[in-house]
Design a protein around this ligand. Structure first.
Ligand SMILES: Cc1cc2nc3c(=O)[nH]c(=O)nc-3n(C[C@H](O)[C@H](O)[C@H](O)COP(=O)(O)OP(=O)(O)OC[C@H]3O[C@@H](n4cnc5c(N)ncnc54)[C@H](O)[C@@H]3O)c2cc1C
Length: 399
């Protein structure tokens, strides 16, 4: 077993880290403040710098302007690059690899027809538009159990008519199109289809922005939509009719792994930020760093970040070997562990900084509110636990 990072990947890590440290982090508060005012001047300037630095959509094939991390083998390069980008909450967007666009690009790249790619993928890759993925519905519709899918698509000649309601469509307000999952039959496995729906389509109502625990930032704002007889042509079907559940699953495995990469970056930055306070602040006659209960929090954070890194790299390695089926359970493990790690590390950082940590003078409270969603989105903890236990009980998990 060789734990040494390939020299090319180590160089990539250092390159992205320098860009995030020197260019993005000094401007992240400005990007956030401008976003609150609906302006994106600084974001656009940073995105231009990412292009010049060769860090724009690096996950895409070279002919689409990326660095060729595409395909399963690219997940190891992604694990390195996305972790560094994730150290800033705005880093992934600056490099045009943020969720949900990055996963949607992946889907369009694998399954889009040339016409669909020209209409939606090209402007998505160039950063001219953004996109959203609409699977989840208010109760009693699809949620942790996608089998509850209620939004329907019925044939009308060679067209389809979509009816239903979606919520938690991240980035839906500003997206140019939505990938909508709708029921096309009652078949348990083949009952869903993905549709590319123009955000301006007649009958697609943006009901509201759902106010959540986290402050909305860039595309990370949650929308609710009503689909009132939205009529789309046969060219709106992404992939094959009936492949919706399988394609969503195919999107989710790598998508949850790329979340892990970004979350580990943020957890690692959070821990680094603790260093300055624990060595400078004194309590009961000694530095905080010398109190064992503080050391316990630091050690737990460091160990769990390291464990998360190993799990994420292992899963990326499985994908690189084309072992998608095996990667599935390990991606559930990584997602479960890393989502909890991010929340724990941020909680420890708040605790270690006391009142300062709870205040907005430090970023931890803001990041924690955002991070808490990690244990719910892309499948809540409990569903991943159930998947891991099921596969272990069936003897499919060799641990
Ligand atoms: C910030 C954020 C962004 C999101 N972005 C998107 C997006 O872009 N597109 C999209 O389609 N969806 C998105 N989602 C939705 C997300 O995928 C769902 O919230 C998630 O799948 C859970 O579904 P639900 O909220 O309906 O929870 P429910 O299905 O109502 O489940 C509620 C709770 O029940 C428990 N539970 C459920 N199943 C089990 C089980 N098998 N065993 C034990 N306990 C269980 C869990 O504790 C779970 O949290 C987002 C969610 C969040 C919070």
């Amino acid at each position: 077993m060789n734990f040494e990072l390939d020299p090319a990947l180590a160089a990539l890590r250092d390159e992205v880290r320098r860009f995030i440290d020197d260019v993005v982090i000094p401007e992240e508060r400005t990007v956030e403040e401008e976003d609150r005012e609906g302006r994106h001047d600084t974001l656009r300037r940073l995105q231009q710098q990412a292009r010049s630095a060769g860090l724009w959509t690096p996950h895409l094939p070279a002919e689409r302007g990326g660095r060729g991390f595409d395909g399963d083998a690219g997940y190891q390069a992604m694990a390195v690059a996305f972790r560094e980008m994730g150290r800033s909450p705005v880093g992934p967007r600056v490099c045009n690899c943020d969720a949900p666009d990055q996963g949607n690009m992946d889907l369009l790249l694998r399954h889009g027809t040339p016409d669909q790619q020209a209409r939606w993928l090209d402007p998505l890759c160039s950063g001219d538009i953004t996109s959203a993925f609409a699977m989840t519905e208010p109760s009693p519709g699809a949620g942790a159990d996608p089998g509850n899918l209620r939004t329907s698509a019925t044939r009308d000649g060679d067209h389809w008519v979509l009816r239903g309601r979606k919520w938690y469509t991240t980035g839906g307000r500003d997206a140019a199109f939505l990938i909508v999952m709708a029921r096309t039959s009652h078949d348990r496995r083949g009952g869903a289809t993905l549709f590319l729906v123009d955000r301006q389509a007649e009958g697609l109502e943006h009901v509201r922005e759902v106010s959540t625990m986290a402050e909305p930032i860039l595309a990370h704002r949650e929308s609710e939509f009503a689909l009132h007889d939205v009529r789309v042509g046969p060219d709106a079907v992404l992939g094959e009719v009936g492949d919706g559940f399988a394609m969503a699953q195919e999107r989710l495995v790598p998508a949850r792994l790329t979340h892990c990469m970004r979350w580990l970056g943020l957890a690692s930055r959070t821990l680094s930020l603790c260093r300055a306070y624990v060595v400078s602040r004194e309590s009961f006659g000694k530095e905080l760093a010398r109190h064992q209960l503080v050391q316990q929090m630091l050690a737990e954070a460091a160990s769990r970040i390291h464990a998360g890194d190993l799990m994420t790299h292992h899963c990326a390695w499985l994908l690189a070997r084309g072992q998608r089926a095996e990667a599935r359970t390990f991606s559930s493990m990584a997602k479960l562990e890393v989502a909890r790690t991010l929340c724990t590390v941020l909680d420890h950082a708040i605790q270690i900084h006391g009142g300062l940590g709870y205040s907005d003078d430090m970023p931890f409270a803001r990041w924690y509110r955002m991070a808490r969603a990690a244990r719910i989105a892309d499948g809540p903890d409990e569903v991943h636990i159930a998947v891991i236990a099921r596969d272990w009980l069936r003897g499919r998990l060799d641990v």
